[in-house]
Every structure is written in C-alpha cells, then in structure tokens.
Ligand binder design. Structure first.
Ligand SMILES: [Zn+2]
Length: 300
C-alpha cells in the first residue's frame, strides 16, 4: 500500500492482556491523528509511543466510540497536548462528564473496568461533535468519519478513502490473528439491525483493509464472513427463545466453530482470558436484543 503518511499501531492493552487494544496514530509532516488512545491506565504506554512520533506536531484525536477501553485516556491526552477530540454527537456529553459512563462500565465490566481505569472529565471546548460522512482534512489527507451504530449508539468508523482502509473500532467485531478468526463484540445494549446496517455501510466502501481496535491491522479480515456470522448468531439465539430457553456459552461453542476455536486457544493460553468474557457478554447482548425485538413485534 502506498501511504502518504505513516500509520503506527501502539499496544495499549492492559497488563493482563497485552496487544488486546491498539491505538492508531497517523503521522503526517506537521500533524498527528490519534484514533482511540486506549484505556486510562495505559496512558503512559500511549504517551511513550506518541512522543516518539509526534513530539513537535499538532495533534487531534478521533474516537470510534467512548467505551473506556478505547477512549478512557482521551481527555487527559487532549488536555496535556491541547488537542481536540472528534466524537459522535451521542458521545459528546459522556466525554465532558464521564461519571455515568464510568458507573455503567463498572456494572458491565466489573473488575476489568478497574483494570482499564476511570476516565477524567474533559473541557467542553476540546470536544467536537462529528456528522455522518464528514471529512476531516489535514495536509492533503482526507479521512471520512462514518456513523456506525449497533455496537453502541455513539459508534463511528474512520475511512481512509485513498487507501481503502477502515479503522473499525468495535463495529466489525474482534479479529484474532493467532487463530485467524472473527468473533462479535456485542455486549448489551447491542442493537442487531443497526449493527447489520452499519456492516453493510462499511462493506459498500469496498475496503481493501480493515483495522479493528482488537487486535490490530489485518488483511485476513473478511467482512462478508462477519455479516453471515452475525445473522447466524441471531437465528441461533431465536431458536432457543422459541423453545422458551436461553442458549449458554457451551451451546454457542457447538454452534460456531470460530467460537470453539477461540475458546480452545484461550484454554491453551494462546490468547487471553478476557476473550472468554467478551464472548459471554456478546452472547448476552444477542439474547437481550432478540428478546427486545420479539417483544416489540408482539406489541404491534
Ligand atoms: Zn466498545
């Protein structure tokens, strides 16, 4: 790929799972664009990488979404280097005042939230709300921000038009290079139809490469495979709900060989335990969403 800039991926994973989270930095001549600086407790890891490449440059942050593993350190970095944060309009208030986000994170992630660390509030003037398909242009580089709800209502992806590369945050699941598999990251309150629509929106861009936050830049990622996987999960969950039951993780392992493969790799210590709880909470997201949609259909 012929890039007019340098793109680096910094490991900002927690101690218990190195490489699980990647922060991307686009390095231009006079500017640096940071996509998702990572969790608060990985701040120092980020700063070492950032200063290595961007010490005398003007920076900005673009957040794919506000979850604390992606955006936890954003306010602190923005204040330290006086740089703006571009965020989906629904995420703006949570960056300015993260108290609700933090209590929701503690509730949904438990101890893992403490591992990631508590985000700090941000000065309002540093936060910029994006619009769908907006172009951010710096030194002839055009990056397009595309709103992609589903994983979260405040999710957006970053598209490098000339290179056909998309930094997807959590919009396209997790790609695990060790086993060459994709698994959904769809914790509650996951929204199935919005998520599928967002995948189709990304697929229409004809991306040549996809770079999810977990675990990094990849050419092995196949979006069509993930679209089919998500449809299959939804059908699978509904067959259980039809019988008045809920599927368990063991049921899912029997149903999806990617899940089986990842769980095997966790057991063998090839990939981190975090993935086991990610899969469980993705399944929970599907179950709750399928129930919600059934209830809505019943009411009609
Ligand atoms: Zn997320």
């Amino acid at each position: 790929m012929n890039l007019r800039y340098q793109l680096v991926a910094i490991d900002v994973g927690p101690k218990i799972c190195p490489n699980f989270i990647k922060s991307y930095i686009v390095i231009l001549q006079r500017h640096c664009i940071v996509v998702d600086p990572g969790p608060m407790n990985s701040l120092e890891k980020f700063v070492v990488g950032y200063e290595q490449y961007c010490k005398d440059k003007k920076g900005c942050i673009i957040l794919t979404h506000i979850h604390i593993d992606h955006a936890g350190s954003a306010s602190t970095i923005a204040s330290r280097y006086n740089m703006p944060i571009y965020v989906h309009p629904l995420g703006v208030k949570h960056i300015i005042n993260p108290s609700k986000l933090w209590s929701a994170s503690l509730k949904s992630l438990g101890e893992l939230a403490l591992e990631y660390g508590e985000p700090r509030p941000c000065r309002q003037e540093l936060v910029i709300s994006t619009s769908d398909y907006e172009v951010i242009e710096l030194e002839n580089l055009r990056v397009r921000v595309i709103h992609t709800p589903g994983h979260a209502p405040h999710h957006q992806v970053i598209f490098f038009e000339n290179e056909g590369m998309v930094l997807t945050g959590d919009a396209c699941g997790i790609y695990i290079p060790e086993v060459d598999r994709i698994i959904p990251t769809t914790p509650p309150p996951f929204r199935y139809r919005e998520y599928l629509d967002s995948l189709l929106k990304i697929s229409k861009l004809n991306p040549r490469s996809i770079a999810p936050t977990h675990y990094g830049i990849t050419n092995g990622y196949r979006i069509s495979e993930h679209i089919e996987q998500v449809k299959r999960w939804f059908e699978f969950v509904n067959t259980y709900l039809d019988k008045g039951e809920e599927p368990t993780l063991s049921d899912l392992i029997r149903h999806d060989d990617s899940v089986a493969e990842v769980v095997r790799a966790i057991g063998e210590g090839i990939v981190c335990e975090i993935l086991r709880r990610t899969i469980a909470s993705s399944l929970r997201g599907f179950i709750e969403e399928a129930k919600r949609l059934r209830e809505m259909a019943g009411r009609r």
